[in-house]
Write a new protein. Structure first.
Length: 516
């Protein structure tokens, strides 16, 4: 606008701020639209008395109208968009590339046409810098030509339908959680959402014909503690009474579980994170799983909520925990309908846009589908398909999880090494060394957890509130602190861990002095 050499500076024109903002907005990320509109405005607007060509909002609106932003497959806009797409690839701007790709696909552009342009770019623009680019582009073009957006059975994944998920996604998830694909329903992105739905349905409609829980005087759930706060939030939300069951190094205290479940008909479920548990990283022992499968609950509609969120989340290649598959074990024990198994790829691909699933018996599936078919016409199959195409099979998931492990392992080890070095032998707390999962738990002396978290906060280290891993946010001993090491860099985490151990020492000294 003001550049005399490359622009229209010699015209002595000026543009109002609101006109500029409008053009930036309406140009849809394509600066050429805005530049064209400005050029048109300058060339077609009369000079004012002050000798300046003023482009105001009305002029800008009129000029951009002449260059429609609608996507017209046959006309100019088709070429504008594909050209912007190519220039974005050339400019190595993945956000812009995704934007124009999405725009073209949304408008119904032929995917083969787009794939051809990508091949041309890979060959002509990228070729010398990276000869592999062409191979990748050609492979993608071939795949899309031969396979398209359809899944194995020919279903177009962009359309409605396939209530329980596409078959290949069931196979992939089935391999991941060691279940028959026929026992699986694929949902949207969130397993927590499935758990919520499962409880909501049991409240309003019961479980396989049982009395809806909302009609009962009392409904109770067993909650192994410490556990996952969001499980407890769901049960609290529905007014379900929660009973703490202590976690042992082998899993929940099964003597207590067996005793309570067999005597009390109002106990309708138990929350379990059986592998690399949240927050301690404990994996249930074989005996624990077998005892679960052999439970004799007083309530026919008692279900085990088996949240296998960390099923493939090993930190080590060889030294891994193993968990007995619960569905098969329950079937063998004559309790085929007693378990709902949940999982998702939230900690594998994307939290918030992964794929989640439930696995359970045929009877339970039938019960669930009565609700599901009213609730939705089908979940996001494009997302299911992209997960399948990205991983291909369980080996793809395993390889991918190795990369996560490579990033997480040093963080876990740094923390537990520091605990060993700084806190080992002092008698001021205990911790496990998880072989997988996402958390480390530090157990302080009784009555110190809140103090440690508060001290750390004062020093700039924000942690999960003490008490969070317990029903109603109440840790009876005020001793459990959940540490989530995944997000910060190793450097920041090291500083945070140093601060944390100092806070533990201070809080422990205060406690010891108080008792003297
Ligand atoms: N279960 C457990 C044990 C978790 O730790 C988490 C995430 N922190 C979830 C479920 C949530 O999973 P999703 O994103 O699939 O709802």
């Amino acid at each position: 606008m003001y550049d005399e050499k490359k622009g229209m500076g010699s015209y002595n024109a000026a543009i109002d701020d609101d006109a500029l903002e409008f053009l930036a907005d309406i140009s849809n990320g394509d600066a050429r639209n805005a530049l064209n509109a400005i050029e048109l405005g300058i060339l077609t607007t009369d000079r004012s008395d002050d000798g300046v060509i003023h482009i105001d909002l009305a002029t800008a609106q009129e000029c951009i109208q002449k260059r429609s932003v609608r996507y017209d497959k046959e006309g100019d806009n088709h070429y504008d968009t594909i050209s912007a797409f190519i220039k974005s690839m050339r400019g190595s701007d993945p956000d812009a590339v995704s934007y124009y790709l999405a725009k073209m696909l949304y408008a119904g552009e032929d995917i083969k046409f787009i794939a051809r342009r990508i091949m041309i770019c890979a060959s002509e623009d990228v070729g010398n810098a990276d000869p592999n680019a062409l191979q990748v582009a050609v492979a993608a073009a071939q795949a899309v030509e031969r396979i398209g957006m359809t899944c194995e059975d020919g279903t177009d994944c962009r359309n409605y339908g396939v209530l329980d998920g596409i078959h290949e996604a069931k196979v992939l998830i089935g391999d991941m959680i060691e279940c028959n694909p026929d026992n699986i329903i694929i949902y949207g992105n969130s397993s927590l959402n499935i758990m919520y739905d499962t409880i909501a349905r049991s409240m309003t409609h019961g479980v396989m014909g049982s009395t809806p829980w909302c009609k009962l005087d009392k409904v109770k759930f067993l909650c192994p503690v410490p556990g996952y706060d969001r499980h407890f939030a769901i049960t609290e939300y529905f007014g379900i009474e929660m009973i703490n069951v202590p976690m042992l190094p082998t899993g929940p205290d099964m003597d207590m579980v067996e005793d309570l479940v067999s005597k009390d008909e109002s106990i309708k479920g138990i929350w379990c994170v059986p592998k690399y548990s949240n927050p301690q990283g404990i994996t249930y022992s074989d005996e624990t799983v077998r005892r679960f499968a052999r439970l004799k609950p007083a309530a026919k509609d008692f279900r085990i909520y088996w949240d296998n969120a960390y099923c493939v989340h090993h930190l080590y290649d060889i030294d891994q925990d193993h968990l007995i598959e619960i569905l098969a074990e329950c079937k063998r024990a004559g309790n085929p309908d007693m378990v709902y198994k949940f999982c998702s790829t939230s900690k594998i691909t994307f939290p918030g846009s992964g794929v989640a699933a439930i696995a359970t018996s045929a009877n339970n599936l039938e019960d669930i589908k009565k609700q599901l078919k009213v609730q939705t016409i089908g979940h996001d199959k494009v997302n299911q398909l992209r997960h399948v195409r990205f991983f291909k099979n369980i080996h793809g998931i395993t390889e991918h999880m190795r990369k996560h492990a490579a990033s997480l392992r040093p963080k876990f080890e740094m923390i537990t090494d520091m605990f060993d070095k700084e806190l080992g032998g002092l008698g001021v707390g205990t911790w496990y060394k998880p072989k997988g999962g996402y958390f480390i738990t530090y157990e302080t002396l009784e009555g110190c957890a809140k103090n440690v978290v508060a001290k750390a906060k004062k020093a700039g280290v924000v942690m999960t509130p003490a008490g969070a891993p317990f029903p109603y946010g109440k840790d009876p001993k005020d001793s459990v602190i959940r540490i989530a090491p995944s997000y910060p860099s190793l450097e920041d985490l090291t500083t945070a861990a140093e601060i944390f151990v100092v806070c533990v020492k201070l809080a422990s000294i205060e406690k010891i002095l108080e008792e003297k």
